[in-house]
Design a protein around this ligand. Sequence first.
Ligand code: G4P
Length: 288
Amino acid sequence: MHFQWYPGHMTKARRMMQENIKLIDLMVELVDARVPYSSKNPDIDELARNKARLILLNKADMADEAVTREWETYYKEKGFFVARVNSQKGTGIKEVKKLVEEACREKKERDRKRGILNRPVRAMVAGIPNVGKSTFINSFAGKACAKTGNKPGVTKGKQWIKINKNVELLDTPGILWPKFEDQAVGLRLAWIGSIKEEVLNTTELSVELLRFLCDRYPGALSERYGTEEDADAVRLLERIGQVRGCLMKGSQVDVEKAGLLVLDDFRSLRLGRISLERPQDVSDRLCD
Ligand code: G4P
């Protein structure tokens, strides 16, 4: 949808990230709160080894709050600092500022013991495309924050945004690509619109989504479409197409159109706040 995966870009982005990681103390990693596992590229654990780690469950406004709390616990148990955020509205940003301080306390202490005082902590934001990195940086940095090192002709190199006297943030986020050997992970990323739609069969995608929703969020579909839910998801899609007037010539249901309508309704929150995975659904590939 939003992006294409060109191997060239991927290599360049990764190389840039590797270089930038050397400069930072704290890695702020954004994941999509609806898919906090599938939207996390596990390579980052290797790349950001030895750095303080903060995971932000972004777009928390779109996810099921109870499930997001489960994820918060899950990542905390794995040793990350974690916050729930809506970068668009700025919800949770204050908490992030507190956590950044907390996450860097050890480093500050180390600096102090070595006689280094007042050296700001440097942080970098990273995540897969479309997870909200730029929105978060804008929200976190705010308007009042001056960029440092951006005086033309004076300073070359990285641009750091001064968040406060203790923290500086690299103004360009690190981009990671989603990683999915696992079909289920690919499916969930496709549901949230993170995989180019042209390469997908959207009807199949929507049928799978209907199946998932009937199972995990019973009532969500009948409430939206006024249809009875059905274990046969293809039949259900046809029924939805019928009630929503997705018809071809001869009054036959246009299932493709119906499928796109369902996907759009899901992505626009018209089916409610839905989480696509829970901690118990995923195999433990992270940080073990
Ligand atoms: P990126 O840098 O990681 O690629 O992501 P970016 O900030 O561009 O955000 C991708 C989309 O996600 C944007 O929507 C953005 O507004 C939206 N977004 C970011 N954070 C949140 C959040 O916490 N909650 C919600 N609901 N949405 C969020 P867009 O449709 O691509 O652009 P626009 O319509 O906002 O202009």
